[in-house]
Write a protein of this length. Structure first.
Length: 154
DNA sequence: GCCAACGTTGGC
DNA sequence: GCCAACGTTGGC
């Protein structure tokens, strides 16, 4: 069992959007970074914990809890000419981009970036490290536990 | 809108 | 395979 932090831009898919989706589950489309893709393709397992994180917005931070809800499969948007995630170089027989479904179990209070940065013990959280821009990052078990505590989850 | 940090591309 | 130029991310 592993844990992950997954960034979503609320203007694209907010935590409310995700919860409102059928089965409160959304395909994690649009990842076009190999490292992030590899996490989904090679390391994620159904049931892994997910921190749903809002980025590129007024109040970035953790806003929801969920889990990985599928095994990896090709991201359909890479073949969709009308999608902004269309990738002309990706072939159907050899898809370049892979994703998983994420089930959002509950919306939490906003645990914002400033609060995350101020929390003793979270200094090494990948997302807080300088220059980190990865949209999907692993979360250590101890960090996961501390974040749940900060959220008032037990 | 700025810009630091990092990833990707492409000429050589 | 190197690396400069360019593009993107994402907080501020």
């Amino acid at each position: 069992m592993q844990y992950w932090l997954m960034k979503s831009e609320p203007e694209e898919v907010s935590v409310d959007d995700a919860i409102a989706a059928p089965k409160s589950t959304v395909p994690w489309t649009g990842v076009r970074n190999y490292q992030a893709r590899n996490f989904m393709r090679d390391q994620m397992r159904v049931g892994d914990g997910v921190l749903f994180y809002h980025s590129s917005c007024a109040e970035p931070g953790v806003v929801g809890l969920g889990e990985v809800a599928s095994t990896p499969y090709p991201d359909p948007t890479q073949f969709d000419r009308k999608s902004k995630y269309y990738d002309a170089a990706s072939k159907k027989e050899e898809p370049r981009w892979t994703l998983v479904d994420v089930h959002v179990r509950k919306k939490t209070r906003l645990l914002g970036l400033p609060e995350l940065r101020a929390a003793k013990g979270l200094e090494d959280l990948v997302i807080l490290r300088r220059g980190n821009r990865l949209s999907i990052t692993p979360v250590e078990a101890k960090h996961w536990r501390q974040i749940l505590k900060l959220l008032g989850e037990t």
